[in-house]
Design a protein around this ligand. Structure first.
Ligand SMILES: Nc1ncnc2c1ncn2[C@@H]1O[C@H](COP(=O)(O)OP(=O)(O)OP(=O)(O)O)[C@@H](O)[C@H]1O
Ligand SMILES: [Mg+2]
Length: 224
């Protein structure tokens, strides 16, 4: 516990990248299971590359709608953190995984089509929550953000921040280090000397992790 799912049926929103960054960051000090819930198996393929997979990290692939609930349950008993990466389309597997989660991160680019898709995803999730008779806390995480923000990006972010939809203050910026890990495997901590601004990249992931854990704690306290 906790189980953290990364979901957004809009493809390419940064789910897999951010889920892996979080998992590898947490695995520096704790045991983590990352469940590769995407049929294209991007995390399994990352783990098969030559780069080093952290000792504390277990990757589980070959997930189906029949086994996802049991796999999440078993992982949550074994490890203090379970992270679930989901595919970029709405599916039964996604609904089942969400139902087993303690928090849902919705990665979203700062672009209008992505913002509209994120709102639709939230509506669909809320319908699932009604059916389940239980709601799961969630928040939008802006991903692949730029240092110099376009006006449209600022407006989109502002609209979310002034709405009732929860958002993270932390964002995951667009960084070479974050896409490099998929080239050769390994983590951003193994990139020393090959990527500029590595410290900033690590700091970025750390800020997101701290805020996520804080949100999970607050939700758990409020629910108690
Ligand atoms: N913060 C980032 N900085 C740089 N590149 C990124 C970042 N996040 C994602 N990318 C790149 O953007 C592309 C899409 O990212 P990713 O695969 O994580 O999205 P996804 O939401 O998992 O996609 P899908 O819906 O297809 O599963 C990838 O090529 C990835 O390397
Ligand atoms: Mg993905």
């Amino acid at each position: 516990m906790p189980v953290i799912a990364f979901a957004n049926s809009k493809g390419g929103s940064g789910k897999t990248t951010t889920a892996l960054l979080l998992a590898c960051h947490l695995a520096r000090s704790r045991r983590v299971t990352i469940i590769d819930g995407d049929p294209r198996q991007p995390i399994t393929s990352w783990a098969g590359k030559e780069g080093h997979v952290p000792e504390n990290l277990t990757v589980i692939g070959k997930i189906t709608e029949d086994n996802v609930q049991q796999i999440i349950e078993d992982a949550a008993v074994k490890d203090p953190f379970v992270i679930v990466d989901l595919e970029g389309t709405a599916s039964k597997l996604m609904a089942y995984a969400i139902g087993q989660s303690d928090f849902i991160v919705i990665p979203c680019k700062e672009q209008q089509q992505d913002a509209e898709a994120a709102v639709q995803v939230i509506r669909a999730m809320q319908r699932d929550f009604k059916m389940m008779g239980r709601s799961v806390p969630f928040a939008i995480l802006f991903t692949m953000t730029k240092w110099i923000k376009a006006r449209a990006s600022k407006v989109i972010v502002e609209q979310f921040k002034t709405s009732t939809i929860p958002t993270f203050n932390a964002e995951i910026t667009d960084r070479d280090a974050f896409s490099q890990i998929f080239l050769r495997g390994g983590t951003i901590y193994d990139l020393k000397g090959t990527s500029n601004n590595l410290e900033k990249a690590v700091e970025n992931v750390e800020q997101f992790t701290i805020e996520l854990i804080q949100k999970i704690k607050t939700e758990a306290r409020d629910a108690a």
